[in-house]
Write a protein that binds this ligand. Structure first.
Ligand code: ACO
Length: 329
C-alpha cells in the first residue's frame, strides 16, 4: 500500500497584531472577558489590499523550497478557504497556480470552513494512494477580518487572519510517515448556526441592496460550542478505537483553535491531559481552516514533531462540518 505524508509545511500571519485591549477601544468588550471566555489575547489583521492568495504565497514558496521540488512537479493545488479572492470563480487555487508557475497542476478550492484542512488532507491522501497524484499543495488561507462585523462583539473578538501551506507527497522511501486514516463528517441541519448569508445565489449582494451586513459571519455561539465539544470527543474516540491506540501512543492532538474552553471541555470529557493538545489560540485567534496548518508549522519550528510520531488533527466548523486525521508524522 502506498503512503502519503506531509513533506513540508509553512505558515504566515499578517504583521499587524491587535491585542484585546486595543480592540476594546472600539468595541464594548474587555481583555478580561475575551481571555476568560475564549483564551484569545491577540489576532493578526491583514491590510485592506491583501487577499487570501497574497497571504498564502510565501508559505507556498517556502514548502516548494523545503521539499526541493520544481513547481512544475505539483499535480494539484487545493485551497481550503471561506474567504476566496473572488466569490466562486476563479478559484483561489487557480490564482496561486499562476503565481507559483505550477503549470502542470490542477487547481480547486474546497469549502468545509474550519474543517477545510482536515478535508483537504484526506482528499490529497486518497489521490496519492490511488496513484492519481504524487505532489499536492494544500493551502488554507483566511482573511476572516474582512467578513467580520466589527460592530458585533459576539463575533468580532474571535477571528484573525492567517495562512498555512503544506506539500503532501508520495512517501517514496517507504518510511513510517503516512496519513493513516480520516473521519469526515457533517451535520447540515446545523447550517444556520454558523452562516454568511449574503453573497451567494440565495441572497446575492447587489448595488444598494439592503442586505450588505448579511455578508458578515453570523453565529449562534452556544449552539456551535455544544456541537464542537460533542464532535471533538466523538472524532478523537473513533480515531483511537479504529487503530486500537491509547492516548499514550499519541504525541499531540492538534485541534482547530476556536476557543480554549471547547478544547478544555473535550479534554475533560475524554480524560485526556490538556497538555496533549497543542494550543496557540492566544496569539492568532480563530483563523478558520488555517489554524491547524499554522499550528503544525509552529510545532515543526519548535522541534515538537518528530518523524514517526502519531498525531491527531481534529476540527469543526461552518456547514456544520467536523473531522479528524490520524497522521504518522
Ligand atoms: N465582550 C463582552 N461581553 C460579551 C462579548 C464580548 N466580546 N460577547 C458576548 N458578550 C456578552 C453577551 O452579550 C452576554 O451578555 P448577557 O448575558 O448580558 O446577554 C454574555 O457575554 C454571555 O454571552 P454568551 O454568548 O452566553 O457567552 P459564552 O460563554 O457562550 O461565550 C462564545 C460566547 C465565546 C462565542 C462561545 O459561545 C463560543 O466559543 N462558541 C463557539 C464559537 C466557535 O467555535 N465558533 C466557530 C466559528 S468557526 C467558522 O467556521 C468561521
Amino acid at each position: 500500500m502506498k503512503k502519503a505524508f506531509i513533506k513540508a509545511i509553512s505558515y504566515k500571519v499578517p504583521e499587524k497584531r491587535v491585542s484585546n485591549d486595543e480592540l476594546a477601544k472600539t468595541v464594548d468588550t474587555s481583555d478580561e472577558w475575551i481571555y476568560s471566555h475564549t483564551g484569545i489575547k491577540y489576532r493578526h489583521i491583514a491590510e485592506e489590499q491583501t487577499a487570501a492568495s497574497d497571504l498564502a504565497l510565501q508559505p507556498c514558496l517556502d514548502v516548494i523550497e523545503q521539499a526541493d521540488i520544481d513547481p512544475k512537479e505539483i499535480d494539484l493545488i487545493i485551497v481550503a478557504t471561506i474567504t476566496q479572492d473572488y466569490v466562486g470563480f476563479p478559484s483561489t487555487a487557480c490564482v496561486l497556480q499562476d503565481r507559483l508557475g505550477a503549470v502542470n497542476a490542477g487547481a480547486m478550492d474546497l469549502a468545509a470552513a474550519c474543517t477545510g484542512y482536515i478535508y483537504s488532507l484526506e482528499t490529497a491522501k486518497a489521490l496519492i494512494k490511488t496513484g492519481s497524484a504524487k505532489n499536492i499543495l494544500l493551502v488554507s488561507s483566511e482573511i476572516l477580518t474582512k467578513i467580520t462585523d466589527w460592530t458585533d462583539r459576539n463575533t468580532c473578538v474571535l477571528f484573525g487572519d492567517g495562512a498555512g501551506a503544506s506539500l503532501v507527497s508520495l512517501n517514496e522511501e517507504n518510511t513510517e510517515s503516512d496519513i493513516l486514516f480520516s473521519i469526515l463528517g457533517a451535520e447540515g441541519n446545523g447550517a444556520p448556526y454558523l452562516i454568511r448569508m449574503a453573497g451567494g445565489s440565495r441572497y446575492p449582494i447587489r448595488p444598494h441592496s439592503e442586505n450588505r451586513k448579511d455578508g458578515y459571519i453570523r453565529m449562534d455561539g452556544q449552539k456551535v460550542y455544544h456541537f464542537a465539544v460533542r464532535v471533538l470527543c466523538k472524532t478523537i474516540k473513533r480515531i483511537l478505537e479504529k487503530y486500537n491506540l491509547s492516548i499514550d501512543d499519541i504525541a499531540y492532538i492538534v485541534p482547530h483553535q476556536a476557543n480554549i474552553r471547547i478544547i478544555e471541555a473535550a479534554a475533560k470529557r475524554l480524560k485526556i491531559p490538556i497538555e496533549k493538545f497543542y494550543v496557540n489560540i492566544q496569539e492568532y485567534a480563530n483563523t478558520s481552516g488555517a489554524t491547524i496548518p499554522i499550528a503544525l508549522g509552529e510545532m515543526v519550528e519548535k522541534g515538537l514533531l518528530r518523524r514517526g510520531d502519531y498525531i491527531i488533527t481534529v476540527g469543526f466548523g461552518g456547514g456544520l462540518t467536523y473531522g479528524g486525521n490520524l497522521i504518522c508524522w
